[in-house]
Design a protein around this ligand. Structure first.
Ligand code: GLN
Length: 274
């Protein structure tokens, strides 16, 4: 399996082979390493072969295993939600650092939550924070609900089905922090994405309109009013988008707009305060 993945150009062939073998046998990768019996039945071997076939066809391994880690938390994923990216941990880190200041019991909104990874990482790090997960997709809300339960956070998290492009429902109230990793790929660039992204991940979670900035415009315009004084708005942004998004935030009257780089040196997060 490892050599087949390597031959197909899969960079993390070792890790992915182990993930697929573990998923097929219903063991954790740690159990698998301990007992070293890869396939104890034909059934398991057949399942592994089927999963390998899907991977070689280009499907991301996370949709095959059905779970992906974000900041150490296991997140269920399926093709209704984006697979959490390591880059996005920068946004969660910034959000947590802000709340650790003097808003540990703050109200937090994760807008366009998808799997719920950002909001749930915040809820996990800050036991007194009150987190609301919002998405336009009912399927995503269901996934995020299961992810809250899986990580023991169900009692502290609320859910709202709503459109980030429209004004917030009044009943939502106000927040100390709004975080969002909205769709931000320019429509034309969707075609140039990696096939494993373009052909398998939900396009509506990626497509940010003609210049990729539609959601930032709508959220800055429509949702700033839902921020409490001293509260923060934080976004993940795509390459080369930081300056324009910071300008949108400043124009809307937010202060202290700044960007934060990811581990590869790309400006990945922008934040500003009310
Ligand atoms: N970072 C994602 C990608 O590379 C895009 C995420 C988004 O549009 N919010 O595909």
């Amino acid at each position: 399996m490892r050599s087949a993945l390597r031959a197909a150009g899969v960079e993390a062939a070792d890790v992915e082979a182990r993930l697929i073998a573990a998923t097929a046998s219903g063991k954790t990768t740690a159990q698998l390493l301990r007992d070293m019996t890869l396939y104890d039945t034909d059934e398991v071997e057949k399942r592994a072969a089927d999963m390998l076939r899907r991977r070689l066809a280009g499907e991301p391994v996370a949709y095959i295993t059905g779970v992906w880690e974000f900041r150490g938390l296991p997140m269920e994923v399926n093709p209704e939600v984006l697979i959490p990216r390591a880059d996005t941990e920068v946004l969660a880190d910034e959000a947590i650092a802000f709340l650790e200041g003097d808003r540990r019991d703050g109200r937090v909104l994760d807008l366009c939550c998808g799997s719920g990874c950002i909001g749930l990482a915040i809820a996990d790090a800050l036991p007194r924070a009150r987190v609301t997960l919002a998405d336009i997709s009912a399927e995503a809300i269901e996934v995020s609900r299961r992810n809250a339960a899986r990580n023991g956070l169900a009692e502290r998290v609320g859910y709202v089905l709503c459109d980030a492009m429209a004004p917030p429902p009044v009943s939502l109230g106000s927040f100390d922090l709004i975080v969002s990793n909205p769709p931000y790929i320019a429509s034309f660039d969707i075609l140039t994405l990696d096939a494993s992204v373009r052909d398998y991940e939900p396009i509506w979670a990626l497509d940010g309109g003609e210049d990729g900035l539609d959601f930032y415009r709508a959220i800055v315009k429509g949702w700033t009013a839902s921020l409490r004084r001293g509260g923060a708005l934080m976004f993940e942004v795509g390459e080369e988008q930081a300056a324009e998004v910071m300008a949108l935030m400043s124009e809307a009257g937010l202060r202290g707009a700044a960007s934060v780089k990811d581990t590869r040196g790309t400006e990945r997060v922008v934040k500003a305060f009310k």
